[in-house]
Design a binder for this molecule. Structure first.
Ligand code: ZN
Length: 134
């Protein structure tokens, strides 16, 4: 069961340069930052209604975000949808032949369990399934 768009992830070179736009110009609530070691990324959160915008800055040159920036420049990196049961969502994807980047859930920012679906199966957008872990 899909609950909502959890967040939109935007790859940026430097979070610092963009905080003032999202917080002061667009007027979103700035919820701080977190480093996700596993993905070698620093994430800044801005609340927008029931969802958030996440700015993703690489913490190392071999970060997936660094590779994305080198190839495509800054921009929308992924759309995350919140599900109530990620294991079931993964089974459903598998049963329907969707191409997965993650066959098993892993941990993302905010202690969420996440799994990425390959853009080949989604119309060109990297989709992140995520479930709030208890
Ligand atoms: Zn995400």
């Amino acid at each position: 069961m899909i609950e909502k768009i959890e967040h939109i992830g935007i790859a940026v070179e430097r979070i610092e340069e963009l905080i003032s736009y999202y917080r002061d110009v667009l007027g979103l609530e700035y919820r701080g930052e977190e480093i996700v070691e596993e993905q070698k990324v620093r994430v800044a959160f801005f609340e927008i209604g029931e969802s958030s915008i996440e700015l993703l800055e690489p913490t190392s040159d071999d970060s997936p975000i660094a590779k994305f920036l080198a190839k495509r420049g800054p921009g929308i990196h992924h759309v995350a949808v919140r599900v109530d049961n990620i294991d079931q969502a993964l089974k459903q994807h598998e049963a329907n032949g969707a191409q997965m980047i993650d066959k098993e859930p892993r941990f993302g920012a905010h202690n969420m369990r996440i799994a990425f679906v390959h853009p080949r199966s989604t119309g060109g957008v990297l989709v992140e399934l995520c479930q709030k872990s208890e």
